[in-house]
Design a binder for this molecule. Structure first.
Ligand code: PEP
Ligand code: MG
Length: 865
């Protein structure tokens, strides 16, 4: 990836002070770096410092070493920092101390590493102690440096430090680390140095090795897992920020916190955050002590609190988006350490967007553009039935909304293992970045410890997974979880309600979601700008009704195969398949017709006034028969054998069935026509033939369809069209269009046939391997292969429309509800996309964003997702 906007003066440079123009944006400076630079420019209280660019990281990863010139540049900027602060790096009397923090262009919470208090050594710590008159603070800072440096740079196991701290606390009978005194901290430094004897005393060596470690942390397995799960490219690299230390651990008038300009769970107005007095940043993020609500600052740090509120207001006005900030207070003075677009739940994203339009902060188009469609999925999943009477086993913080049930697992590896067999809930004391693979595998996360900004909470919100954090009703010991009088073992089922923080034992009834007012409002704005219509794939009146509630403008695919199942129908269907003669088949079909007709009537009524595309029978017939072993009758077994196909996906299915057994399609068309006649004007009928590859197939089937339609419905309007799901159909689309009123891209089959990959044989097998090994970036059955399959679609659109200008074009494969594929369909000039009812809202939004992007008015990429 190339960085944009480099100009001559800044080209070739790897390091920029926060107040220097870099000519690059987020891609060059990383999210943290650009935030620090902009806050500095706004005149907000930011400690001095500099950013080493992502370009330097990329060069390092390419060359396997610090690129030429970088060391000198760092030295030069350290020197400038010394001049600004009047302190000297590595000085024994009054040392300049810095933090080294990673910051990629895309936020990766908890993925990369930070080191604080860099520049301390044995002598400098003495200097700091006498200079501040606070030896406890000096030794506390030093022991933290040794630990962080040991962990991050030299790979010393964290628990060795934590165990030593724990033992000391037990010996001193101290509840918190703040209860330990100066002598304790001095002793701890000695212990930590035994644990990590190689800790370097030279400040410059510390700095360079820390920078290298941050660069290298880009490629840790957990960072790679996170990137894969979030579709973040592997080649961006991270920037490194070197910031003058400000200390939150100097006593009761110091502290550190994180805050949001609005509530990240609900979007409610009003700042929302947590504060820990006498602590450094990593204490909050790691959940080492449970932080207090932000408002508690008011009592002891009134001025800093007021300044913080004012700063956050200014930041929100500047960015015109909800912010999430990190700050430290040192001896009553506020310092801002980070600002970024806040991660938020889907509900919060919608509420904040609607409110910001009301506040005049953003336009409706911006509101539409900044909601991540994929994130809306969160709101479209079942929730706990509010009317169910339930026994709450325990309660924690409502850290990330949604409901989930699953068997409990106590570690990340087991989560991955057991998730193959069914949903799991990851239950931990607290989570760390090392748990990321388990969090991805789990349906929900429950922790005993940690607040609303703990690792578990932040990551779960980002993933849109339910999370209950800080559930102190829960205890974990030796593979047993105890909660509300229950004793639970691995695999026992619990249910989480992340929206209220409740934990239930066992499975709990869930109800279908509803769109709330903010959701409706934003989708209404989306509808005003989109060009693509959105339909639903629905096979029953209930699905049709739900789709309509979600804003579907018709049915793009009504599969008819399930209408042949059910205890009354299947035996008749089997009779039809087993019949030796056409007469026998027709007799059975006559009995199936009324069932089909009443199904169609229900669907037409539910969709009254909107088009309904009904696809005639598609799957191979053997799907309706028992397996050979199950069959008792020899005649049936013989028929099953005769229907056996080596490659059913490429066998007797789709329109080939209709041409082989025309009576089947005749019956279906008759049932559709009669249903349309019964329902009357509200029925808007489109009849669709599957798996057409040759114009002649469709010519014959169109003739059949028109003949039966005329017999039953006279000249009532209807459209006759085809699925386009074979490469040949794309290539010969002009010929096929002659007999079609519409095309609907069946991208499930079109992907299989274009890639020569059977979906059932690929997923979970070699395709998974391909994705893990990076042969393919995305699963082509989920995200449209725009270059390959999309290339064929483009040919079909051009050739089809060249033969028939008014040809209606849609898509009804799974891709019709996937945001990037919807955008592609917009660019291709399709008339509509069709997807499952639950994805209709997503598709409406994605279609609007595609239109805005085309119009060039989408100034904001979706944030918070
Ligand atoms: C398709 O192939 O994309 C399609 C919608 O049909 P089905 O999934 O039923 O084969
Ligand atoms: Mg298909």
């Amino acid at each position: 990836m190339r960085t944009r906007g480099n100009n001559l003066a800044t080209m070739g440079r790897f390091v920029f002070d926060f107040d220097e123009p870099s000519g690059g944006g987020r891609e060059l400076l990383g999210g943290k770096g650009i935030g620090l630079a902009e806050m500095t420019l706004l005149g907000l209280p930011v400690p001095a410092g500099f950013t080493i660019t992502t370009e330097a990281c990329r060069a390092y990863l390419r060359e396997g070493d610090i690129p030429d010139g970088l060391e000198d540049e760092i030295e030069e900027h350290v020197h400038r920092l010394e001049e600004r602060t009047g302190k000297r790096f590595g000085d024994a009397g009054d040392p300049l101390l810095v933090s080294v923090r990673s910051g990629a262009a895309v936020s990766m919470p908890g993925m990369m590493d930070s080191i604080l208090n860099l520049g301390l050594n044995d002598d400098a710590t003495e200097g700091l102690a006498s200079r501040t008159g606070n030896p406890r603070f000096a030794y506390d800072s030093y022991r933290r440096l040794i630990q962080m440096f040991g962990e991050v740079v030299d790979g010393v196991e964290a628990h060795r430090f934590e165990d030593a701290l724990g033992e000391l606390k037990t010996r001193r009978n101290a509840r918190h680390d703040t209860d330990l005194g100066a002598e304790d901290m001095r002793g701890l430094v000695a212990t930590y140095k035994q644990i990590h004897p190689a800790f370097p005393q030279d400040a410059r060596e510390q700095l360079l090795r820390a920078v290298r470690a941050v660069f290298e942390s880009w490629n840790t397995p957990r960072a790679q897992v996170y990137r894969r799960a979030n579709d973040i490219p592997d080649d961006l690299g991270t920037a490194v920020n070197v910031v003058q230390m400000v200390f939150g651990n100097k006593g009761d008038h110091s502290g550190t916190g994180v805050a949001f300009t609005r509530d990240p769970s609900t979007g409610e107005q009003g700042v929302y955050g947590e504060f820990l007095a006498n602590a450094q940043g990593e204490d909050v993020v790691a959940g080492i002590r449970t932080p207090q609500p932000l408002e508690t600052m008011q009592a002891t740090l009134a001025e800093a609190y007021a300044q913080l509120l004012d700063t956050m207001r200014r930041l929100e006005e500047h960015y015109r988006d909800m912010q999430d900030v990190e700050f430290t207070v040192e001896d009553g003075a506020l310092y801002m350490l980070q600002t970024r677009a806040a991660k938020r739940t889907a509900a919060a994203a919608l509420k904040a967007a609607v409110d910001m339009v009301d506040e005049g902060l953003i336009t409706r188009e911006e509101a539409v553009a900044r909601i991540d469609p994929a994130q809306l999925d969160q709101l479209l999943h079942p929730a706990i039935d509010p009317n169910a009477r339930l026994e709450v086993a325990g309660k924690g913080l409502n850290a990330s909304p949604g409901a989930a049930s699953g068997g409990i697992v106590f570690d990340a590896d087991t989560a991955v293992e057991r998730a193959k067999d069914g949903p799991v809930i990851l239950v931990r004391w607290e989570t760390t970045p090392d748990d990321i693979h388990g969090m991805i595998a789990a349906q929900g996360i429950l922790t005993v410890h940690g607040g609303m900004t703990s690792h578990a909470a932040v990551v779960a919100r980002g993933m849109g997974k339910p999370c209950v954090a800080g559930c102190e009703d829960l205890s974990l010991r030796d593979g047993v979880a105890r909660i509300g009088g229950h004793e639970l073992h691995e695999g026992d089922v619990i249910t989480l309600d992340g929206g209220t923080g409740r934990v239930f034992v066992g499975e709990v009834p869930l109800v279908a979601p509803r769109l709330n007012e903010d959701f409706e409002t934003v989708l209404g704005w989306a509808d005003d700008v989109r060009r693509l219509k959105v339909r639903a794939n629905a096979d029953t009146p209930e699905d049709a009704a739900r789709a309509r509630e979600f804003g579907a403008q018709g049915i793009g695919l009504c599969r008819t195969e399930h209408m042949f199942f059910g205890s009354e129908r299947l035996p008749v269907m089997q009779e039809m398949i087993l019949a030796d003669t056409e007469e026998g088949r027709r007799a059975a079909l006559d009995r199936l017709l009324p069932f089909q007709q009443s199904d169609f009537e229900g669907i037409f009524e539910a969709m009254s006034g909107l088009p309904v595309t009904i696809r005639l029978l598609d799957p191979p017939l053997h799907e309706f028969l028992p397996s050979e072993e199950q069959a008792t009758d020899e005649k049936v077994r013989a028929r099953i054998r005769s229907l056996h196909e080596q490659n059913p996906m490429l066998g007797l299915r789709g329109c080939r069935l209709g041409l082989t057994y025309p009576e089947v399609y005749e019956m279906q068309v008759r049932a559709i026509a009669r249903a349309a006649r019964t329902v009357g004007e509200g029925a808007v009928v489109e009849i669709m033939h599957p798996l057409v590859g040759f114009a002649e197939e469709l010519r014959r089937l169109r003739e059949l369809t028109e003949r039966v339609w005329a017999e039953e419905a006279g000249d009532a309007p209807r459209l006759i069209g085809t699925m386009v799901e074979l490469p040949r159909a794309c290539i010969r689309a002009d010929e096929i269009a002659e007999f079609a009123d519409f095309f609907s891209f069946g991208t499930n089959d079109l992907t299989q046939t274009t890639l020569g990959m059977s979906r059932d044989d690929a997923e979970g097998k070699f395709l998974t391997r391909y994705l893990n090994d990076g042969v393919l970036e995305r699963n082509p059955f989920e995200v449209l292969d725009q270059d390959g399959v999309g290339g064929l679609m483009r040919i079909a659109v051009e050739r089809g429309r060249s033969a028939k200008r008014e040809l209606k074009l849609g898509i009804c494969g799974e891709h019709g509800g996937e945001p990037s594929s919807v955008a592609f369909c917009h660019r291709l000039g399709l008339d509509y996309v069709s997807c499952s009812p639950f994805r209709v809202p997503l598709a409406r939004l994605a279609a609007a964003q595609a239109a805005l992007e085309e119009a060039g008015s989408a100034q904001y990429v979706a944030a918070g997702g």
